[in-house]
Design a protein around this ligand. Structure first.
Ligand SMILES: *Cc1c(COP(=O)(O)O)cnc(C)c1O
Length: 365
């Protein structure tokens, strides 16, 4: 990325040599992202973040297909980038069905089939949930979508670079990804748009991104995203096995040492690096502060809601009480984690839990 900040700063839309260098780097990155998804490069549009990709997919499809219908089906555990796009559309005459999920966080396909009407235009269901890690049956959803002549968008921001994704095998029309969720830079994302998909743009101006997304491109960010895609494609499989092994070690170690703890999400159909737990009778925030003292970075709920005291909509949707959901902790493991890191958490967390439970008004029930 560095040369594209300082030396190769040309605007890719200009015609001098410096500009061509930027433009070529951008197109090379597009090919790398396309390759990771088994898409063709003209089906990839770069965006400013995963949130923009989700907004683009949901609002863009809703606007472009207005004549056909005004009904969208999504799930109640989507990221707020999708949920709040839907809420915004609801204020503008679009009807939205929010499908419930089972206690593991999996959407019910019968409920999905029943929700489809002759006004439905789009199904938007995430590939894997960002809080509990549950992987949704997107292939089956895509098939239902296709049988009914609908568009299918999946927010794959949690799975791109972590699980193998082939847009043709999955048969999706729109797929969102974000750089910083797979070791790329922050502030850059992309939307896969299957050739022929009817979608309106959100940003209007110049002719960037084949008229799909106006605005001078974030060349260093795009170059970084491309590199992350290239590395992800090379390291598939092995990394996933290593990360899952560490996650399972953490899960087992915590189960052994902490009473009254539950594991959220699906036992098998789950992202390899995600561990979401609820520790009863105490609050996640307290644990996070203590963990932070020990240099351990964890979350409760999603990073985007951690500043508010609202209980996670995902944990509520899988049927947890507010009290239990308040005791949630999420550990996200990655390629740089080691067994030593895991063993540190297993050693540090149980005494924190004990201490907080002693102080808790709910006591050690
Ligand atoms: C992080 C995330 C987003 C938002 O992506 P940004 O690049 O942070 O805007 C959307 N959906 C899911 C599932 C995510 O994990």
């Amino acid at each position: 990325m560095f040369p594209y900040f300082r030396k190769k700063y040309g605007n890719p839309s200009s015609i001098y040599k410096l500009a061509n260098e930027s433009d070529n780097a951008k197109e090379e990155a597009r090919e790398k992202v396309a390759k990771l998804l088994n898409a063709s490069s003209n089906e990839i549009v770069f965006t400013g973040c995963g949130t923009e990709s989700d907004n683009y997919a949901v609002k863009g499809a809703a606007f472009a297909n207005r004549k056909k219908g005004n009904h969208i089906i999504t799930s109640s555990i989507e990221h707020h980038a999708v949920l709040n796009s839907c809420k915004w559309l609801e204020k503008r005459g679009v009807k939205v069905t929010y499908l419930g999920v089972d206690k593991y966080g999996v959407v019910n396909l019968d409920e999905l089939r029943d929700a489809i009407t002759d006004k439905t235009i789009l199904i938007s269901i995430m590939h894997a949930n960002n809080e509990v890690g549950t992987i949704e049956p997107v292939k089956e959803i895509a098939e239902i979508s296709r049988q009914n002549g609908l568009l299918f968008h999946t927010d794959a921001i949690q799975t791109v670079g972590k699980l193998p994704i082939d847009v043709n095998d999955l048969s999706v029309d729109l797929l969102s990804l974000s750089g910083h969720k797979f070791y790329g830079p922050k502030g850059v994302g992309a939307l896969y748009i299957r050739k022929g998909t009817k979608i309106d743009s959100l940003l209007h101006g110049g002719q960037h991104e084949r008229n799909r997304r106006a605005g001078t491109e974030n060349v260093p960010g795009i170059v970084g995203l491309g590199k992350a895609a290239e590395i992800a494609a090379e390291e598939f499989g092995e990394e996933e096995i290593k990360v899952k092994k560490l996650r399972d070690r953490l899960e087992n170690g915590l189960i052994e040492n902490i009473e009254n703890m539950i594991i959220n999400g699906h036992q098998e159909k789950r992202l390899p690096g995600t561990l979401n737990i609820c520790i009863k009778h105490i609050e996640g925030e307290g644990m996070l502060l203590h963990l932070n003292h020990h240099g351990i970075a964890a979350s409760s709920g999603s990073a985007c809601t951690s500043a508010s005291l609202k209980v996670s909509h995902v944990l509520t949707a899988i049927g947890l009480s507010h009290e239990t959901a308040h005791g949630s902790l999420r550990f996200s493991l990655g390629r740089d984690n080691t067994e030593k890191d895991i063993d540190k958490v297993i050693k540090v967390l149980p005494p924190i839990v004990e201490k907080l439970r002693e102080m808790s008004p709910f006591g050690k029930r």
